[in-house]
Design a protein around this ligand. Structure first.
Ligand code: KIV
Ligand code: ZN
Length: 509
């Protein structure tokens, strides 16, 4: 019989730590329910002591989700653990994930401590957590750069103290696959009591080896993998859920199964990308736009003769269905609702009606409405309630013309107008906005993306704006890319506006 690998999803914790990817509680619940539907075993819902928002999300996800274990992160600190236990009070199945750094760098620089003291703190944290919850996972932070003998000592001690799962993170993404596999093997062979716990992989992708390392860990005995959708996470990200699930589905000879319903992979991937405003790179394995696109003539010919010539995965196995009903201006509410449901979004009738209105407006401007467009429309009311909104934008530009833009902003109900020229239409429009909003804001990053084919596509804009040393992230989509750019800029301004709301709203010049 095949072995079972538990899938621990940390999209809502490690993934959500990515600047600009923060979700509100309602969005987190939406993702958590989609993860439940996808079949993950554990949902890491947050780090409750880190903020009231994280605490509240763990509470609400615990209430909303039925069968996956809900996990809350802590440091090896009593108050963290107490707060995590409180946040988990409504979870049907709960786990506390506590831990401490075990590498020489962490022990010396982070804790100014000794190896012996770290073992003591680790054991004390597990014993304390055990007072609240039975299922305790312990992470040895920076295990990737921790000497195997010492790591085995820590793992043995925490298992003896009651840890049910021990996480071996390659926190910095440094390990080579053979090295990481060897580490897991060493622990499996040298830790007394290892069969009383499960070893877990948690690999970061700094050198592009996260999935390879995770697989090496699994092949050598780890039976839980910590992953995120689309591989999002700190810096270069974490191991991608979809990659591990599809590797195990494709390589039956490994005889290791997961509970993942792979047909849900694509819809959940799209949902996470859309809610987090984090585009998926076109050539991303499994879920990238080009993952199943055969462009060369030889490949197309081969696939048409027999799909298996060049495809190792049937796109339908990951939920990519080419035969879906096209959404156009003639589609009814039922077709839109059906598409939203496939994408894991369920809307109350009233919200569906307003999304449908917006859908019809977009369908007038764009021939085929794709999944990204639909998700965008479903999440649009996130920006409708913003304090600063773009009321109108008019731009004149062209070869041989000086680009000029006029804008009107609605700030908390009052309208302000300005006009400016620039070196291009976006520059002119942003300069006009700056005349109304008196803040020192510098655009650090500006990405315009057309997701699909066709000149009628929506342009999606991601912007990073710096103000007083802090970065704010803005996002917008529009069939007019100049409007999308200005809206993304305003979205970023709205993120900083609440912090300065007490100083009367920006005055017109
Ligand atoms: O990468 C890491 O070490 C982590 C731990 C907190 C589990 O995310
Ligand atoms: Zn991590």
């Amino acid at each position: 019989m095949a072995d079972r690998l538990f899938i621990f999803d940390t999209t809502l914790r490690d993934g959500e730590q990515v600047p600009g990817c923060q979700l509100n509680t309602i969005e987190k619940i939406q993702v958590a329910k989609a993860l439940e539907n996808l079949g993950v075993d554990v949902i890491e819902a947050g780090f409750p002591v880190s903020s009231p928002g994280d605490f509240n999300s763990v509470v609400e996800i615990s209430k909303a989700v039925t069968w996956p274990t809900i996990c809350a992160l802590t440091r090896s600190v009593e108050n963290d653990i107490k707060v995590a236990a409180e946040a988990l009070q409504y979870a049907k199945n709960k786990r506390i994930h506590t831990g401490i750094g075990t590498s020489p760098a962490h022990i010396k620089y982070k804790f100014n401590s000794t190896q012996d003291e770290i073992v003591e703190r680790a054991v004390a944290a597990v014993k304390y957590a055990k007072k609240f919850v039975e299922d305790i996972e312990f992470y040895c932070e920076d295990a990737g750069r921790t000497d195997n003998e010492y790591l085995a000592r820590v793992v043995e001690a925490v298992i003896k103290a009651g840890a049910t799962v021990v996480n071996i993170p390659d926190t910095t993404g440094y390990c080579l696959p053979a090295e990481y596999g060897e580490k897991i093997k060493f622990l499996m062979e040298n830790v007394k009591g290892i069969h009383n716990a499960i070893l877990s992989t948690h690999c970061h992708n700094d050198l592009g080896m996260a999935t390879a390392n995770t697989m090496a860990g699994i092949i050598n005995g780890a039976r839980q993998a910590e992953v995120t959708l689309n591989g999002i996470g700190e810096r270069a990200g974490n191991t991608a859920l979809e990659e591990v699930a599809m590797i195990l589905k494709s390589h039956k000879e490994l005889s290791i199964d997961t509970n993942i319903n792979t047909k849900q992979i694509y819809p959940v991937s799209r949902m996470v990308s859309s809610l987090m405003n984090m585009p998926v790179q076109a050539n991303k394995a499994i879920v990238g736009r080009n993952a199943f696109a055969h462009s060369s003539g030889i490949h197309q010919d081969g696939v048409l003769k027999n799909r298996e010539s060049y495809e190792i995965i049937d796109p339908q196995d990951v939920g990519i269905d080419d035969n879906t009903i096209a959404l156009t201006a003639r589609s009814g509410r039922a077709a839109l609702k059906h598409r939203l449901n496939i994408l894991g979004v369920e809307l109350p009738q009233e919200k569906l009606d307003s999304v449908y209105e917006e859908f019809l407006k977009l369908a007038d401007r764009k021939k085929d409405i794709n999944d990204d467009d639909v998700l965008m429309l479903a999440g649009k009311d996130r920006t409708d309630s913003q304090r600063i909104r773009l009321e109108y934008l008019q731009v004149t530009s062209g070869i041989g013309l000086q680009p000029v833009a006029s804008v009107c902003l609605n700030i908390a109900g009052e309208k302000f107008e300005a006009a400016s020229s620039g070196n291009g239409p976006v520059d002119a429009a942003i300069k006009a906005v700056k005349q109304i909003i008196h803040r020192q804001m510098t655009i650090q990053e500006f990405l315009i993306q057309a997701i699909n084919k066709g000149s009628d596509d929506m342009g999606k804009v991601h912007m990073q704006v710096e103000h007083n040393g802090t970065n704010y992230y803005g996002f917008a989509a529009n069939t007019d890319i100049i409007a999308a750019s200005v809206e993304a800029y305003i979205d970023a301004i709205n993120k900083l506006a609440p912090a300065t709301a007490s100083t009367s709203h920006p005055a017109p010049q």
